[in-house]
Design a protein around this ligand. Sequence first.
Ligand SMILES: Nc1ncnc2c1ncn2[C@@H]1O[C@H](COP(=O)(O)OP(=O)(O)OP(=O)(O)O)[C@@H](O)[C@H]1O
Ligand SMILES: [Mg+2]
Length: 244
Amino acid sequence: MAEIRVEKLTKRYGEITSVENVSLNVKKGEIFAMIGPSGTGKSTLLRIIDLLEPPTSGEVYMDSLAICSLKGVDRLAAIKRMGIVFQRPIVFNRSVLDNIRYGLEIRDIPEAEIEVEVQLYLNMLGLSDFADRNALLLSGGEAQRVALARTLVCHPEVLLLDEPTANLDPINVTIIEDAIIDANRKEGTTVLIATHNMFQAKRIAHRVGFMLAGRLIETGTASKIFERPKDPRTESFVKGEMVF
Ligand SMILES: Nc1ncnc2c1ncn2[C@@H]1O[C@H](COP(=O)(O)OP(=O)(O)OP(=O)(O)O)[C@@H](O)[C@H]1O
Ligand SMILES: [Mg+2]
């Protein structure tokens, strides 16, 4: 379990300000959903938290550790405490089984434990019949289940999800949401999920944040954001009235 605290984070790409002065606290064991129109900085925020790129200014704290400025082994150690799943699943040109084993192998987990863990997550994500298939030949929903299994099997303290169920059918959505909820309830995994799907945010999130043009406009419980938002921009977005 870990808390993620984002402090005054800004990310600029030349003229474009993708994230602007965002401060956010995702508590230990919380599922936090980030909603907002396209191009408002949700993915950028997730990439910076996962240390895939540096912020222009600001800092991310994992518990009390400032992680953006870490170097070398300390940086690697922080990255290993997190797991990220992207909208377009990233899988290796290997079997489903090998894909799921990978993270445990590089962590030097004993073989007997690897076998038990991999079976557990193959089952949880409905992948037992696919274990020997090449992951590159799977459907989008199947590949996304592999990507999530590969991340969850490493028991990340912080799970970052970038629209993990976009364009998936309801059965895949349910399997994936159930696995996220299971990790959160059983292991206290802290989850930050970017989603366009407001129903998904309502179903799984303890709190929701609304981003617009790089800024975090409002945060609150799902019922507050969807039923009693404070900011008129949040209200017009959740009512589907915002014109992009
Ligand atoms: N590497 C980059 N170089 C230049 N501009 C970028 C880069 N990455 C993101 N941007 C810009 O930053 C802004 C925010 O992008 P981001 O992908 O974070 O938005 P988003 O909220 O995730 O959108 P979506 O809901 O469509 O996924 C956009 O204007 C985007 O074009
Ligand atoms: Mg995005």
